[in-house]
Design a protein around this ligand. Structure first.
Ligand SMILES: N[C@@H](CCC(=O)N[C@@H](CS)C(=O)NCC(=O)O)C(=O)O
Length: 238
């Protein structure tokens, strides 16, 4: 039996952070699929594996634990799989980065589709997205990151904060050329870190699986389509 069951839509978006950490830790999981998620969301909260509003939900079969809220899931995996840094400060910084990543993906999907992207909205949002990128770049700079090496929070080898960083930016930059251009220009050290971490064999395989299973999709629904329309000005990776 797989170690875990992940309930997340058939798209990368928020679920990809959980998939990436599981993959990085060498863990196996099954996916419940879209129909099961919809059915659970429609069921009484008393019948849910954990009371939740929206996925991801992770079920750890062996421990008999179910969790929702992406940052809580990442914290649980980090703690139980011994992937968290040693000091309280770096553990807190790791979770800060996870929450920042969650904020960025909410903003880039205009809160899950409250509005659709237009050229005008994108131009207005660009400085704010660049500021997010500078937040990553300066976090790395303060921890000794450079273009040729280092991690976002220091240390000798990549940890959860690096996997979350690479998942956030690589899933977007591979699919949206305007984000890619802005990222390379604004946060070159973080971009280089993302390339190094995304080149780890398990993460290469995960990205290939995502492309095979979800195609060019990043997030579902109409907002996903409006992102593809407005945030791309050159053909992206097949
Ligand atoms: N804060 C939650 C957000 C969960 C969430 O918004 N999930 C989305 C998919 S990414 C969903 O399908 N929500 C359905 C809903 O809220 O009705 C987290 O970090 O996990």
């Amino acid at each position: 039996m797989a170690d875990y069951e992940l309930l997340y839509w058939s798209a990368p978006f928020r679920g990809q952070f959980v998939r990436a950490v599981l993959t990085f830790a060498g863990k196996s999981w099954t996916e419940g699929g879209d129909a099961k998620i919809s059915q659970l969301m429609d069921s009484p909260v008393e019948d849910m594996p954990v009371p939740f509003m929206g996925p991801p939900v992770l079920i750890d079969h062996k421990a008999g634990v179910a969790l929702a809220e992406m940052p809580a899931i990442i914290l649980y995996l980090g703690e139980t799989l011994n992937l968290m840094p040693e000091t309280p400060e770096l553990r807190a910084m790791t979770i800060k980065i996870v929450n920042d990543a969650n904020d960025v993906i909410d903003e880039i999907t205009l809160n899950g589709g409250d509005h659709m992207w237009t050229e005008k909205r994108w131009r207005k949002f660009m400085p704010r997205l660049a500021k997010w990128m500078r937040i990553w770049e300066d976090t790395g700079r303060r921890h000794g990151l450079d273009k040729d090496g280092g991690q976002i929070l220091g240390g000798r080898t990549p940890g959860i904060a690096d996997v979350i960083t690479a998942t956030l930016w690589t899933t977007m930059t591979e699919r949206f050329s305007k984000i890619d251009d802005l990222f390379e220009e604004t946060a070159p050290m973080t971009a280089a870190l993302c390339r190094r971490v995304s080149a780890l064999p398990p993460l290469i395989k995960l990205a290939e699986t995502a492309r095979k299973d979800y195609g060019q999709a990043y997030a579902g629904g109409k907002v996903g389509a409006s992102m593809s329309k407005i945030l791309n000005d050159r053909p992206m990776q097949p």
